[in-house]
Design a protein around this ligand. Structure first.
Ligand code: SF4
Length: 79
C-alpha cells in the first residue's frame, strides 16, 4: 500500500529430513548455512540471495526438504 516491497514467501529447511549434503549452502550461501552441531542446513537470512539463487537451492535439494512458506507459517515452524 505504501509502495515499499514486501516479502511474501520465505524459505524453510525441514532439518529432520535434511541429509547434510551442503548443496543449498553452496548455491545460496547468503541464505543457507550448515549448522555445525547437527550438520544440517538452516536458513539464516531471508532474501539474502536473489530469488533465482534461492529457487536453485530448493531445486538442488536431493530430499526436497526446503520449502517456501508464508510468514505466519515460518514463525510457527521456527518455534
Ligand atoms: S540441499 Fe537439502 S539435504 Fe542438502 S544440505 Fe540443503 S537442505 Fe539439506
Amino acid at each position: 500500500e505504501d509502495g515499499d516491497l514486501v516479502q511474501l514467501r520465505f524459505v524453510y529447511v525441514d532439518e529432520v529430513d535434511c541429509i547434510g549434503c551442503t548443496y543449498c549452502a553452496g548455491v545460496a550461501r547468503n541464505t543457507f548455512f550448515m549448522e555445525e552441531e547437527a550438520g544440517r542446513a538452516r536458513a539464516f537470512l531471508q532474501g539474502g540471495d536473489d530469488p533465482e539463487a534461492s529457487a536453485s537451492a530448493i531445486e538442488c535439494c536431493p530430499v526436497n526438504c526446503i520449502n517456501y512458506v508464508d510468514y505466519e507459517n515460518l514463525e510457527i515452524l521456527e518455534k
